[in-house]
Design a protein around this ligand. Structure first.
Ligand SMILES: Nc1ncnc2c1ncn2[C@@H]1O[C@H](COP(=O)(O)OP(=O)(O)OP(=O)(O)O)[C@@H](O)[C@H]1O
Ligand SMILES: [Mg+2]
Length: 257
């Protein structure tokens, strides 16, 4: 165990999830995630990474097994409006596809949406928007329409719309996709700052260069949707045979750590 002294944030105990009866996506999956951890969830396309992140974010619910988060048992039937609001305030989810996340007519409104939902005053919301836009270098985008932005700009706005609520846990699905190298470096610095501030960071990614930069622990899925490894990132990236077996890398992969 990597972080024994920490509090458990999420505990999945033998959970199962299927979008349709015929095709289980997650089956008998058990996993514990601790406060302040930086974890990468890895695996080939379709292995279930996004599905797992959606469960952790309270967007979908396991059909069997037990899921606890922040000490509470999480079930759809108990997920009242009030509980759901509190839950979603603690967890920020940055989607793989930013288009799903952005729905307002201006970036300003997009950033204001979450804080207004949580009852912050217009004045405080304006102040937070200015601070967040400055931090993410998107002040020049505030009056623009989200759907007309470039994909990298959309990603930054999506990240801003989550960070503005200052969640304890950040769940990021392929965070560097569509970011140019400069923006990727910027994001890495931001993630380091958030990690140093004690945030729990959970990533799904295929970008193996990113993995050691943003995480210490890796959970690797095989193509049958089972956890093939749960280990230190540095150990995993050296294990060429394992990475090839789950089809995450091809024969050209050579560990360069
Ligand atoms: N909304 C949905 N309805 C039906 N099936 C779905 C849905 N979302 C995902 N699936 C299926 O569930 C499986 C797991 O999908 P998931 O998106 O969790 O994979 P992933 O590991 O995130 O893949 P990728 O690396 O491509 O992002 C896939 O077979 C996918 O087709
Ligand atoms: Mg995915």
């Amino acid at each position: 165990m990597i972080t024994e002294q920490k509090n458990t944030l999420f505990k999945l105990d033998s959970i199962a999830f299927a979008y349709s009866e015929k095709e289980p996506v997650l089956n008998d999956l058990s996993l514990e995630i601790f406060e302040g951890e930086r974890i990468s969830i890895l695996g080939a396309n379709g292995c279930g990474k996004t599905t797992l992140l959606k469960i952790l974010s309270g967007l979908i619910f396991p059909q069997s097994g037990e899921f606890t988060a922040f000490g509470d048992k999480i079930e759809q039937k108990n997920f009242s409006d009030k509980f759901s609001k509190v839950y979603h305030r603690k967890i920020g989810f940055i989607f793989q596809d930013s288009d799903i996340q952005l729905f307002c007519s201006t970036v300003y409104e997009e950033l204001a949406f979450g804080p207004l939902q949580f009852g912050l005053s217009q004045e405080l919301v304006k102040q937070r928007i200015n601070e967040t836009a400055q931090m993410l270098d998107i002040e020049h985008l505030l009056e623009k329409t989200p759907y007309k932005l470039s994909s990298g700009e959309k990603k930054k706005v999506a990240i801003a719309s989550v960070l503005i609520l200052n969640p304890d846990v950040l769940i990021l699905d392929e965070p560097t996709s569509s970011l140019d190298p400069r923006s990727q470096s910027w994001l890495l610095r931001l993630l380091h700052t958030l990690g140093d501030a004690g945030k729990t960071l959970i990533f799904a990614t295929h970008n193996l260069n990113l993995v050691p930069e943003v995480s210490d622990r890796a959970v690797l899925f095989d193509e049958d949707h089972n956890i093939a490894a749960d280990m230190l990132v540095m150990e995993l990236l050296k294990d060429e045979e394992l990475l090839k077996r789950v089809n995450l890398v091809d024969d050209n992969y050579h560990a360069c750590l």
